[in-house]
Design a protein around this ligand. Structure first.
Ligand SMILES: C[S@@+](CC[C@H](N)C(=O)[O-])C[C@H]1O[C@@H](n2cnc3c(N)ncnc32)[C@H](O)[C@@H]1O
Length: 219
């Protein structure tokens, strides 16, 4: 799953993963994290997700990272705003109001940015990564983010013999394998998500569970 794969998807507008509404689990469970208003929420692999708008509306500063400049431009254009842009090393940073989106490879983000993060919102980020990058992502989360920043992790689980990713199936056991050495893992919720993923049904999938876990770094 190289960078070109995602750049091509955005360039062709092949973005079946994008939702035009806020994810149902975000307003339902976010408050349980008790993240203070005004804090910075990090949204890895953010695309042009409307969940960032909901987070900003709750009074958070939203820092996203996204490979595709097409996605970043679309996020701001769809809100009818023109962001300010600046170069930061290999990134282009677009900012407006509560939003700051870093365009580039998430794994190359500078420590000084991640030090400010109070919580992480992950929908369709871990599941976008193949197995080797999932492990790299878990290491990145454990090493680069402040110990007191909880992670709101939404994943998909299905029988991988039916389709190949992305999205990749992330079972509860996989979450444990990736994070249990560093994080306490709380299972919060799971539901049948087949109805919202017609594209995956068309690819041959017959059953799909979407789950929410909250991860907190162990002392
Ligand atoms: C499945 S999409 C999910 C987007 C968004 N989280 C959402 O819910 O709509 C995964 C996104 O991750 C981006 N991406 C993939 N690898 C990345 C990386 N290494 N650094 C930054 N973004 C990346 C892709 O361009 C794509 O927009």
């Amino acid at each position: 799953m190289d960078h070109d794969f995602w750049q091509r998807r955005w360039n062709k507008n092949d973005i079946g993963f994008h939702r035009d509404n806020v994810h149902v689990l975000l307003p339902r469970f976010w408050a349980d994290l008790h993240v203070a208003e005004g804090a910075t929420v990090f949204v890895p692999l953010c695309g042009k997700s409307h969940d960032m708008i909901w987070l900003a509306e709750q009074g958070y500063k939203v820092v996203g990272v996204e490979l595709s400049p097409v996605a970043v431009a679309a996020f701001f254009a769809e809100q009818n705003v023109t962001p300010q842009t600046r170069p930061e090393g290999e990134f282009t940073v677009s900012s407006h109001g509560s939003y700051e989106i870093w365009c580039g490879d998430a794994f190359a983000l500078p420590d000084k940015l991640l030090d400010q993060v109070s919580a992480v919102y992950d929908r369709a980020s871990l599941v976008a990564l193949p197995e080797d990058l999932q492990a790299k992502f878990a290491g990145f989360i454990a090493q680069k983010l402040p110990a007191n920043a909880p992670i709101f992790l939404i994943t998909l689980d299905y029988d991988p013999s039916e389709i190949s990713g992305p999205p990749f199936n992330i079972s509860h056991d996989r979450i444990a394998a990736l994070f249990q050495a560093t994080h306490a893992i709380s299972f919060v919720h799971s539901h049948d998500a087949m109805g919202e993923h017609g594209g995956l049904r068309d690819r041959g999938l017959t059953a799909l569970q979407e789950s929410l876990h909250v991860l907190k770094r162990k002392a």
